[in-house]
Design a binder for this molecule. Structure first.
Ligand code: ZN
Length: 335
């Protein structure tokens, strides 16, 4: 994904210093263009009005409180990272596709295969879609990318690529073998999210651009009630931004879900516009939200580096993200 502006940690530090009443030169620094428009929410408008908290029991369902097993998700991350870097066209990518399929035995799985033209040649790509039927007419999509960056050496993408792939597998474990009370849930492992050379509209999100076109053509788009994207959700220091391209009501529902579960301190301390796999869906009118923590290590230093390794993640963060996704699904169903 691509942040329009990054590097907000120094501004946060400035804010803390200013709040403490200490004179500091840091507010005089010229922020880079990249960081210019990231402002801590507390100094702008509050991210959200205090949301009306929906008690867990009010939808009439006896759904248990979400309880994703973070250790299990972490185990999946480790197994995924063991394949090495997983860019499209690589042997590790093919192995990961097989691995994902091996975890979806007995599930209705669609492979959305296509060939993508990139600035460095054509690549086979495959969005993997696991469909879990529900009683209500409509679909909630939970998506995350499983490819890793093409052009980085020694990159294994534990958080960027690994965490989303793993959490989707754990969500599949939750849904397998049941008819869901609410809308159908489709889990989508998206391919080709990463740019091959440099992030542009045409060199990024190959998989979801292809899916959005296809879903618009075949009428699926109209049935999608919510497209919930997860990306980089395993950071031990979990700090999900309020991604400002996202559909407002759905973004607020995610915050409400986090609040219902007592996890709101990990959500929406900062606002940021981030381009990611949800953009093609937004463009065709599908409500979409990006649940992303693009503050990975101090000043995002682990992002797209060989330091994106399993030791930076925690089972707790993976569980919190998973639980919030499940609670968000419940809230979309209760709408
Ligand atoms: Zn990335």
């Amino acid at each position: 994904m691509k942040p329009r502006r990054i590097s907000f940690s120094p501004l946060v530090l400035c804010l803390l210093v200013l709040v403490a009443g200490v004179s500091s030169g840091c507010s005089k620094q010229t922020p880079s263009e990249a960081s210019a428009e990231i402002k801590p929410a507390a100094t702008t408008n509050a991210p959200l009005a205090t949301p009306a908290v929906t008690p867990l029991t009010d939808s009439g369902s006896a759904a248990p409180k979400p309880d994703i097993n973070g250790n299990r998700v972490m185990q999946y991350v480790k197994e995924i990272v063991a394949f090495g870097g997983r860019p499209p066209g690589s042997p590790a990518h093919a192995k990961l596709e097989q691995y994902i399929h091996s975890k979806l035995k007995g599930v209705d799985v669609e492979n959305d295969t296509f060939t993508a033209k990139t600035p460095v040649g054509t690549f086979p790509m495959n969005n993997i879609i696991a469909k879990f039927p529900g009683k209500k007419d409509g679909i909630i999509v939970v998506a995350g990318h499983y490819d890793t960056v093409y052009h980085l050496k020694n990159f294994v993408g534990a958080n960027d690529g690994g965490s989303s792939t793993a959490l989707l597998l754990a969500l599949g474990d939750q849904f397998r073998g049941k008819t869901l009370d609410g809308y159908s849930v489709w889990l989508v492992w998206t391919d080709g999210e990463e740019a091959f050379v440099k992030w542009t509209d045409t060199d990024s999100v190959y998989g979801t651009r292809h899916l959005a076109q296809k879903w618009q053509r075949d009428g699926t788009a109209k049935k999608i009630k919510a497209f919930i994207l997860i990306d980089m959700i395993g950071d031990a220091d979990l700090d999900i931004q309020q991604e400002t391209n996202s559909t407002p009501w759905l973004s607020e529902l995610v915050y409400q879900a986090a609040t219902n579960l007592g996890y709101q301190s990990h959500f929406y301390q900062y606002k940021a516009p981030i381009e990611d796999d949800h953009m093609p869906l937004l463009k065709i009118g599908v409500p979409a939200v990006d649940i992303i923590d693009l503050d990975y290590g101090y000043n995002n230093v682990f992002w797209h580096t060989p330091q994106d390794t399993v030791d930076k993640l925690s089972p707790q963060s993976l569980a919190i993200s998973g639980d919030v996704v499940l609670e968000t699904i419940r809230l979309v169903n209760a709408r």
